[in-house]
Design a protein around this ligand. Structure first.
Ligand SMILES: CC(C)(COP(=O)(O)OP(=O)(O)OC[C@H]1O[C@@H](n2cnc3c(N)ncnc32)[C@H](O)[C@@H]1OP(=O)(O)O)[C@@H](O)C(=O)NCCC(=O)NCCS
Length: 122
């Protein structure tokens, strides 16, 4: 993924230790959040939401109008997290994963802010 020019990966570090990362694929009008993960000691501190907010600014800049993502049907925590971040469920994809588990397709429409800066902060 690091070598794919259409994929942006951001990494969150705490004194040189990787605490979290997120990877997003950018198409013409749609971006796909491929993976997002936070190490357990750093969870529920707002890090994943901040990474999504950072990627959203990149989406506005790129003219993206929607972010999509999938997660495993059994992953209740992922579903709750995505909902809290503004994603809504729109599809069930049976046998999506290698182990045949169903995926839940989620998406979030993007409306660029009219006043805020479109430059991601460090
Ligand atoms: C899902 C995950 C990325 C969330 O990361 P995080 O940094 O803890 O999330 P945040 O602290 O930014 O939380 C954002 C919101 O989601 C909620 N949330 C986060 N994890 C949650 C959970 N397990 N259950 C319920 N709500 C949760 C938070 O309470 C917060 O809501 P609030 O703003 O109303 O307080 C993290 O738990 C993780 O890495 N899980 C394993 C990998 C995974 O499932 N990735 C997603 C599918 S690829």
């Amino acid at each position: 993924m690091l070598n794919d020019p259409n994929i942006t990966t951001i990494v969150c570090c705490d004194r040189g230790i990787v605490a979290a990362f997120a990877s997003m694929y950018f198409a013409d009008e749609v971006a796909r959040l491929i993976r997002i993960a936070v190490e357990p000691p750093y969870r529920e501190m707002g890090i994943a939401r901040q990474m999504i907010d950072w990627l959203k600014v990149s989406c506005y800049t790129a003219g993206i109008t929607r972010i999509e993502s999938n997660h495993r049907l059994k992953s209740r925590s992922a579903r709750l997290f995505y909902r809290k971040c503004g994603f809504r469920e729109h599809a069930l994809r049976p046998n999506y994963y290698e182990d045949s588990e169903t995926a839940v397709g989620m998406s979030m429409p993007l409306v660029p802010p009219t006043d805020a800066s479109t430059t991601p902060s460090a």
